[in-house]
Ligand binder design. Structure first.
Ligand SMILES: NC(=O)c1ccc[n+]([C@@H]2O[C@H](COP(=O)([O-])OP(=O)(O)OC[C@H]3O[C@@H](n4cnc5c(N)ncnc54)[C@H](O)[C@@H]3O)[C@@H](O)[C@H]2O)c1
Length: 365
């Protein structure tokens, strides 16, 4: 697949390496207004100076390509992605799809009108352990899920445009965990209440800490605690997950590793509960270890292969732009809740003209 990549500084670098190292994909042009970023990425990707451009329009008028990776800042996604879609390219856009739900909706409509595939890189779900967790939940291994606790802590020193965002943590980081919740629970959020603040140790103007409570449309309650300003308390990028159902619990990533998922099956007579928590120390490690099968290429490589397969077959990607409106709506509803101090009904979220479900129905097919 012949790719143009827009935005090659910052995180764009990781895409430069991923495309270079993934068979079946090649960079045919790079776009970035920064000459230094272009020169650096061009050298790594092996893209000569005559195929490095300052604007997407210049690249599209000079180079034939099949797809665009949009790794520009979120505020640029609407223009960059729609321009490429209209020029006949499929687009793999970085999260958040846009900083506004209206613009994101227009991007999805543009892709549909142009008959092109628009996918969002929510690569957290494209790893072995989340795939296993979702399967275990779907198999009812812990009964119907009742509640989920997610804890995320990292020192996320932020630079550039993120330093002045009002909600950098929710918009830039928590959106990955919100998408993962939707994926694992196979559900969409109906209501969210968020409280955010900026701890004194943070290096940004906006809020780097969040307590978020979310109710999903299958009745599951999620309690999410996140901090992007917690040096020395690193949970890893995925965070720690504890998922409790009617007959047991699943725990993932308790020690910032990619090791097994652990399952605890509650005995009906509660004997295991009694033993573990009242009369004897917790066995280490806790629960039964379940190792996930490999899904093969994962993360960004999974993104690339899935996007290519869908572009060729016309199938809708798992993290299509349309599907991702739900993740973006949850994220923006959390922002709204944090800023108003009130719970927000995600499906009725006022940032879009139609109810989200009606909009989704229009965009299917
Ligand atoms: N999926 C992930 O895990 C992940 C991680 C980090 C960032 N991101 C996302 O990647 C995107 C970029 O973030 P970043 O950290 O690289 O930002 P950045 O500011 O570090 O880099 C953005 C680059 O885009 C360039 N750029 C700006 N406007 C442009 C335009 N109109 N056309 C082409 N290039 C343009 C800038 O010069 C810069 O080199 C954001 O949407 C961000 O949320 C995703």
């Amino acid at each position: 697949m012949r790719l143009i990549q827009a935005g090659v500084g910052g995180f764009g670098n990781s895409w430069i390496y991923t495309v270079r190292d993934t068979p079946g994909f090649e960079h045919v042009a790079l776009v970035d207004p920064s000459p230094a970023a272009l020169a650096n990425a061009g050298e790594i990707a092996g893209v000569p100076p005559e195929r490095r451009f300052a604007s997407i329009d210049d690249a599209l008028s000079a180079i034939d390509a099949d797809g665009l990776i949009d790794c520009t800042p979120a505020a640029c996604h609407y223009d960059t992605t729609c321009t490429a879609l209209r020029a006949g390219l499929h687009v793999l856009a970085e999260k958040p799809l846009s900083e506004s739900l209206q613009k994101a909706e227009l991007m999805v409509r543009t892709a549909k009108q142009c008959g092109r595939t628009l996918m969002v890189t929510q690569q957290f779900r494209y790893h072995d352990q989340p795939r296993l967790l979702r399967k275990l939940i779907a198999e009812n291994q812990i009964g119907a899920v009742d509640h989920v606790a997610v804890e995320f802590q990292i020192q996320g020193l932020l630079f550039g445009w993120r330093k002045t965002m009002s909600q950098p943590f929710l918009m830039d980081m928590a959106i990955h965990h919100f998408d993962l919740m939707r994926y694992l629970l196979n559900a969409n959020a109906v209501r969210v209440q968020a409280h955010t603040w900026n701890p004194r140790i943070s290096n940004t103007a906006g809020d780097m800490n969040a307590f978020v409570w979310i109710e999903f449309d299958n009745g599951v309650h999620v309690n999410y605690t996140g901090s992007f300003a917690a040096p020395g308390t690193d949970t890893g990028w995925n965070g720690r997950w504890a998922i409790t159902g009617d007959t047991g619990s699943l725990v993932w990533n308790p020690r910032d590793d990619w090791g097994p998922v652990r399952i605890f099956r509650q005995k009906q007579d509660l004997s295991v509960y009694t033993e573990q928590h009242f009369f004897s120390p917790l066995p280490e490690p806790w629960g039964e270890a379940l190792w996930a099968d490999s899904i093969g290429p994962n993360g960004h490589q999974y993104d690339l292969y899935h996007w290519k397969a869908c572009s060729e077959s016309g199938a809708e990607p798992e993290t299509s732009g349309r599907d991702n409106l739900n993740t973006l709506a949850l994220t923006l509803a959390a922002v709204e809740s944090a800023e108003t101090g009130r719970p927000v009904d995600v499906a009725q979220f006022p940032a879009i003209p139609a109810k989200l479900q009606e909009l989704q129905a229009q965009l299917v097919g």
